[in-house]
Design a protein around this ligand. Structure first.
Ligand code: MN
Length: 708
């Protein structure tokens, strides 16, 4: 085994950071070399050459020691038996968390699908909480692109190159790492469309050959023009890259022959004010190309890039692009994020914790979260805020985008409503987890289903997507309807039985047509909900016949409850308080109500409080001892949510001679239903016996007189 040497790396770092801790660097070097021992690259070289090259790329960008050590270790967790804990113990928490970040990005990368490129870019950014993670990833990708020719399978080369163009080059551009961007683009272009790249390059060669030394002649003339006006500057020029020319050809739908500005020139002047002076001087001397001027100094790009851009018909009547900037703007333009790495005067790098608190980094991360729609590299992608989104995968690598806080159930419903309806569990990153588990970026979620499963009403408490919410609610609604149907059917059977008839369910059609309903179930539910009375249905079966014996409701003037009450004022109408439903046998009080007569209340009725200041309205009354009467009582019953529990209530009440005139479902939880039942009873003793019978029923949790 070739033992690689750490020295070239240490030397390169020491050149910009003399205070480097080379003990830890050497330790990381041998640790990673040992971990990768025996592994080889597609080129046949030892695998460890790859992390070393990645570290060298980052050293060239003058990055801090933690980033470079992370580069050395970046593949050990994914590709060797080394654990994150081992890294944390041997190195630092900071390095372990950077390695963890890179490992997670690598895992996503393996699942990527270019059709969802923008989502992947967002995912990568969302996961690169520390920007250094992304820098290591970009360096990693750059080295992989440098060595892509060693990969023997053409389809694999193509996939990697397409992914580079779709995801990594735009990301490099977005954080201002133009070196990475241009190298990644050019190398990927060579794989994706080698013929086009070659023909653009040869056209460029032809154009330069036509006018020899054109670039340097234009540079000199621009420089002289500025010097004549008394402005010190340094001018450089270059051909644009084959890939950027190709992009422009596609965007503008033009042929290569029609492309004119294939050269870009850069003017560097000492101060910001000089930038605008230089612009003025050039515009005075050369015609300006309309629509090409951009002031990125007053309005920097989101990646903090600053410059003035203009297009002019320059020397030799060539259309050229000119960028004007100061040296510090140039530093940012060339090195992007890395330009902000600081090293203190004593040679120590800015400590990472300090570094992370720097405002610019926070700004940058926020900027990354809001991609710029006008950005030419992203112009055809639809941007949206995604700070409040999470990105997860199916086991097959399909990306599922969900709002933050989404759970495994939301994920299941996002795949398909049937998967949501039948899900019973979830494996998240290979481990069984609860359905309520909130998902994180990059989670791989496998939904477990069972054909016989159904949604759990409790899901409504934790799902966040509209899709999952409405599915669960729909299910609850249908369940409720089922309950009501069961109740309504029971009420119908009872009414029919009491009239000596059988409810023949095969003959419901005329009733359905009469009530304009489609199914038996709907009819039963309407009866259960008290929208249709059992008597109305009976009427459809046996027109003209009265439902038997059902004690006629004691409404209105037909009954004279006054006859049963002593102490009334002769000639005054009597009403029973709807608030307290006084029953024969209970202590009662009459209140004189203007225009209505006397209203009878239970002595403990809360409404009596209203009349405490008006003793003149109070009338002492009591029930006659023998009161064979029918009175309404209201019971609030809480029953357990089990098959048969509702029937137990209705049966118990009717077995004890009570007559149910109305049932209303007032509350429903997973375990319990609450019903308010109107019952006709003869007196308070009768009611008490019914309550006692209900209380002894195992299905019934509680029974009380309903509070108004
Ligand atoms: Mn790698």
């Amino acid at each position: 085994m070739t033992v690689l040497d750490v020295k070239p790396l240490t030397d390169r770092i020491r050149a910009y950071n003399p205070a480097i801790d080379d003990e830890m660097l050497s330790r990381a070097f041998s640790f990673a070399e040992k971990a990768h021992h025996g592994q080889v690259r597609a080129s046949g070289e030892p695998y460890f050459t790859h992390p070393v090259e990645v570290a060298l790329i980052l050293a060239d960008m003058h990055l801090d020691p933690a980033t470079i050590i992370t580069a050395l270790l970046h593949d050990v967790v994914e590709d060797t038996g080394v654990t994150l804990d081992a890294i944390r113990q041997k190195f630092t928490d900071e390095i372990a968390s950077l390695v963890d970040g890179v490992t997670k990005l690598t895992r996503i990368e393996m699942k990527s699908d270019n059709k969802q490129a923008e989502n992947f870019r967002k995912l990568v950014l969302a996961m690169s909480e520390d920007i250094r993670v992304l820098l290591v990833k970009l360096a990693d990708r750059t080295h992989n692109m440098r060595t892509i020719d060693h990969i023997s399978r053409a389809d694999k080369r193509l996939r990697i190159a397409e992914e580079t163009l779709a995801i990594f080059a735009p990301l490099a551009e977005r954080i201002g790492m133009t070196h990475f961007q241009h190298e990644l683009e050019d190398r990927a272009f060579a794989v994706v469309n080698p013929e086009m790249r070659t023909s653009i390059l040869s056209r460029l060669d032809y154009l330069s050959a036509q006018s020899e030394d054109l670039v340097s002649r234009i540079c000199n003339e621009l420089n002289a023009t500025l010097a004549d006006a008394g402005l010190e500057s340094s001018v450089s020029g270059r051909r644009k890259s084959a890939y950027s020319i190709w992009r422009k050809m596609q965007r503008q739908k033009v042929e290569m022959e029609e492309l004119s500005d294939i050269m870009a020139f850069r003017v560097i002047v000492p101060e910001i004010g000089d930038c605008y002076r230089a612009l003025g001087i050039l515009h005075q001397k050369f015609p300006m190309v309309m629509g090409r001027f951009k002031d990125y100094i007053s309005t920097p790009k989101r990646n903090r890039y600053q410059s003035l851009h203009t297009g002019i018909i320059g020397p030799n009547k060539k259309k050229i692009e000119v960028q004007i900037r100061t040296p510090s703007m140039h530093e940012v333009a060339e090195r992007g994020v890395a330009a902000h790495w600081g090293y203190k005067s004593d040679g120590k790098s800015v400590r990472s914790s300090e570094f992370q608190q720097l405002k610019w980094l926070n700004d940058l991360v926020r900027v990354l979260e809001n991609a710029d729609t006008s950005d030419e590299f992203l112009e055809h992608t639809h941007m949206e805020m995604y700070a409040d989104q999470v990105f997860c995968f199916t086991p097959k690598g399909m990306l599922v985008t969900l709002p933050k806080g989404a759970t495994a159930v939301d994920f299941a419903y996002d795949l398909h409503s049937h998967i949501g309806d039948t899900c019973i569990g979830a494996k998240i990153n290979g481990k069984m987890r609860q359905l309520a588990t909130v998902l994180n970026n990059g989670d791989q979620v496998e939904v477990l289903t069972s054909a016989t499963a159904s949604p759990n009403p409790e899901w409504e408490n934790f799902v966040v997507t509209g899709r999952a919410k409405s599915a669960v609610r729909k299910f609850i609604r249908l369940e409720k309807q089922k309950e009501f149907a069961q109740l309504g059917r029971g009420l119908l059977q009872k009414t029919f039985r009491q009239s000596g008839k059988d409810l023949d369910e095969s003959k419901l059609l005329p009733a359905l047509m009469h009530f304009n309903l489609r199914t038996d179930e709907e009819l039963f539910a309407r009866v259960g909900e008290n929208h249709i009375s059992p008597e109305e249905v009976f009427e459809q079966f046996f027109p003209g016949e009265k439902t038997a014996e059902a004690p006629k409701k004691s409404k209105g003037a037909a009954k004279k409850p006054s006859l049963n009450i002593k102490g009334l004022i002769p000639g005054m109408a009597v009403h029973h308080g709807r608030c307290c439903h006084p029953l024969p046998g209970e202590r009662i009080i009459g209140i004189i109500t203007t225009g209505k007569g006397i209203t009878v209340h239970r002595v403990d009725c809360q409404n009596l409080e209203k009349f405490t200041a008006m003793p003149e309205l109070w009338v002492d009354i009591e029930w006659e001892s023998d009161t064979p009467n029918v009175v309404n009582a209201q019971l609030e019953t809480v029953i357990s949510n089990e098959p048969g529990s509702l029937a137990a209530v209705t049966t118990t009440i009717s077995d004890h001679g009570g007559n149910i005139t109305n049932i209303q479902l007032t509350a429903r939880t997973l375990e319990f239903f609450t019903f308010v039942t109107d019952v006709e009873v003869s007196d308070v003793r009768h009611l008490r016996s019914i309550v006692a019978a209900l209380q002894s029923n195992p299905f019934i949790e509680s029974v009380e007189r309903a509070k108004s």
